[in-house]
Design a binder for this molecule. Structure first.
Ligand SMILES: Cc1cc2nc3c(=O)[nH]c(=O)nc-3n(C[C@H](O)[C@H](O)[C@H](O)COP(=O)(O)O)c2cc1C
Length: 190
C-alpha cells in the first residue's frame, strides 16, 4: 500500500452506527478478521506491553451469508467455532446506548482479565495492567476501523458497557474472569 493510500484510509475513517439489513458475506468478514488478528511467530498487527497480548477477541455472528449463527474465537485470525448461539441481543443489552447492535450481522468482542494484568505489572504501580489493556484495545480497534474502511464496511467501538449485564454473558463470549472491554459491529453502512 502506498503511503497516500494509508493517508486516505485514515482520513476516511469514521464510526458507523446505522447498518443496512443486507447480510455480510463470509469472505469479507473472514478477510477482515485475518487481516487484523493473524499472528506471525507470536507477534500481532498491534503492539502489546511486554508482548503479553492479554486482549482476547471473539466474534458473535447472526447475519452472515455462508456462516451459521454462533460464537467464534479469533486467535491467529481464523474462525474457531465456540458455540451455536446468537448472543447479539445479550451484547446489545450490555451496552449503555447501542441497542441496535442486536441487528448487526457480526460483532467483534474484546475482553481481558484485568486482575491478571494488574498483577503482572504490579511492580510498575497500581492499575498499570488495566491501563495497558485499554491502550492495546484501542490499537486493535483502530486496526479494525481501517480494515473495515478498506473493505467499504462499517464499524464503531462501543465501549460504554453495563458491567453487571456484561458479567451475565456466557463464557464463550466473555471468558470467565474477563471484563468486556468493547464491542465492534461489522456490517454494511446504511
Ligand atoms: C473509547 C471509545 C468508546 C466509545 N464508546 C461508544 C459507545 O459506548 N457508544 C457509541 O455510540 N459510540 C461509542 N464510541 C464512538 C464515538 O462516539 C465516536 O468515535 C465519536 O463520536 C467520533 O466519531 P468518529 O469515530 O466517526 O470520528 C466510542 C469511541 C471510543 C474511542
Amino acid at each position: 500500500m502506498a503511503p497516500a493510500d494509508l493517508d486516505a484510509l485514515l482520513a476516511r475513517r469514521r464510526s458507523t452506527k446505522r447498518f443496512s439489513a443486507r447480510p455480510l458475506a463470509l469472505h469479507a468478514l473472514a478477510s477482515l478478521v485475518q487481516a487484523v488478528f493473524h499472528a506471525d511467530e507470536g507477534r500481532h498487527t498491534y503492539a502489546s506491553a511486554h508482548a503479553r497480548y492479554p486482549v482476547a477477541a471473539s466474534l458473535v455472528v447472526g447475519g452472515v451469508d455462508g456462516l451459521e449463527q454462533g460464537t467464534f474465537g479469533l486467535t491467529g485470525g481464523s474462525l474457531d467455532r465456540l458455540d451455536d448461539e446468537d448472543h447479539r441481543a445479550a451484547l446489545a443489552a450490555a451496552s449503555l446506548d447501542a441497542p441496535w447492535l442486536a441487528a448487526c450481522p457480526a460483532l467483534i468482542v474484546l475482553t481481558a482479565d484485568l486482575a491478571v494484568e494488574n498483577e503482572a505489572f504490579a511492580a510498575q504501580g497500581p492499575a498499570q495492567g488495566e491501563r495497558f489493556v485499554a491502550m492495546e484495545a484501542g490499537m486493535i480497534a483502530q486496526s479494525v476501523h481501517l480494515a473495515a474502511e478498506d473493505r467499504s464496511l462499517g464499524t464503531v467501538l462501543i465501549a460504554g458497557i453495563d458491567r453487571v449485564r456484561a458479567h451475565q454473558i456466557p463464557s464463550s463470549v466473555v471468558p470467565s474472569g474477563h471484563e468486556l472491554l468493547g464491542i465492534m459491529p461489522i456490517g454494511h453502512p446504511a
